[in-house]
Design a protein around this ligand. Structure first.
Ligand code: SF4
Ligand code: SF4
Length: 289
């Protein structure tokens, strides 16, 4: 296996703003199910942890993802990163996710691998992620206080048992904190996504930033919640630009901020400022059939 170096890591356009105009990413939509329920999420759409609402993505098997990757690289060789960001959670679909990562690592040794998860199920896979040289992982953490978490998550599931309220939020937080710590021990770059929800956790982002700094996270991406009328948080307005700037400026005293996130779909492809998702849609659906 080719050993990727720290200089290869700079080719990730999300973690390095300077790479934004030079390199792109492809999201491989291999993970349809989710293992938690966020109160801002409408599961008819992609995971809003990484993706903005849109049409539901085609879902690929690991082998189909490899074929799709070949076609994408043929037409867009500037793609440096293959990521898995849904449309559900990668580790609610661990066989598909790990199968895809193994397949991509074997066939595309130069490609950076990236995963975005809510952190609930990632724990048992972290060592293999490191072995596969998955260099970048995003964990979405909206609260480090289970009381606040219990307002954000209606349930979490583990081994076919559903946990609700405070119990669910406690379990999720415990998994998230262990995951961030272990990812860092394994030398993986960790970005934290925090969805900012007015009146629920907007006053709490500083505490999230402080805790994540303590655990060694590398980057924080504060994302304004998009209200969706079909969800329990449908009536909560989106935080405005001034509020987000203030939150990011405060959080920046703890951790570097990602300010160039374009909130890509689970099947996004292209450079961040030169998205080619629509152009590749038929290629994706051809590979999915
Ligand atoms: Fe939805 Fe993503 Fe939350 Fe799962 S983790 S409920 S897919 S927003
Ligand atoms: Fe990068 Fe944001 Fe797109 Fe994820 S959603 S690939 S962090 S730009």
């Amino acid at each position: 296996m080719k050993q990727l170096t720290k200089s290869d890591y700079h080719r990730h356009p999300c973690f390095n703003p300077e790479a934004k105009g030079l390199y792109g990413r492809v999201h491989l939509p291999v993970a349809p199910k989710c293992n938690i329920k966020c109160n801002f999420c409408d599961r008819k759409y992609d995971c809003v942890n990484e993706s903005r609402p849109g049409v539901t993505s085609s879902v690929l098997s690991p082998y189909q993802a490899k074929i799709y990757m070949e076609k994408v690289l043929e037409k867009e060789p500037r793609i440096s990163v293959a990521g898995i960001a849904g449309p559900g959670d990668p580790f609610a679909n661990p066989e598909e996710t790990m199968g895809t990562l193994r397949m991509i690592r074997k066939n595309f040794p130069e490609t950076l691998l990236c995963v975005s998860s809510n952190g609930m199920g990632i724990g048992p896979y972290i060592e293999e992620l490191a072995t596969l040289q998955v260099s970048h992982v995003t964990i979405t953490i909206c609260a480090v206080d289970p009381e606040i978490g219990s307002k954000i998550y209606s349930w979490v599931t583990d081994n076919n048992i559903i946990y609700r309220g405070l119990q669910g939020a406690e379990l999720l937080l415990e998994r998230q904190l262990v995951a961030v710590k272990k990812l860092k021990e394994c030398g993986i770059l960790v970005k934290i996504n925090c969805i900012v929800i007015p009146g629920i956790n907007d006053h709490h982002v500083e505490a999230v930033a402080a805790k994540m700094k303590e655990l060694g996270a590398d980057l924080l991406n504060c994302m304004a919640m998009f209200p969706n009328v079909n969800t329990p948080f449908g009536e909560i307005p989106q935080p405005d630009k001034a509020a987000m700037k203030e939150i990011r400026d405060t959080a920046e005293t703890y951790l570097p901020q990602m300010r160039h996130c374009t909130r890509c779909r689970a099947d996004a492809v292209g450079l961040l400022g030169e998205d080619r998702t629509n152009e590749f849609r038929s290629c994706l659906s051809d590979c999915a059939t």
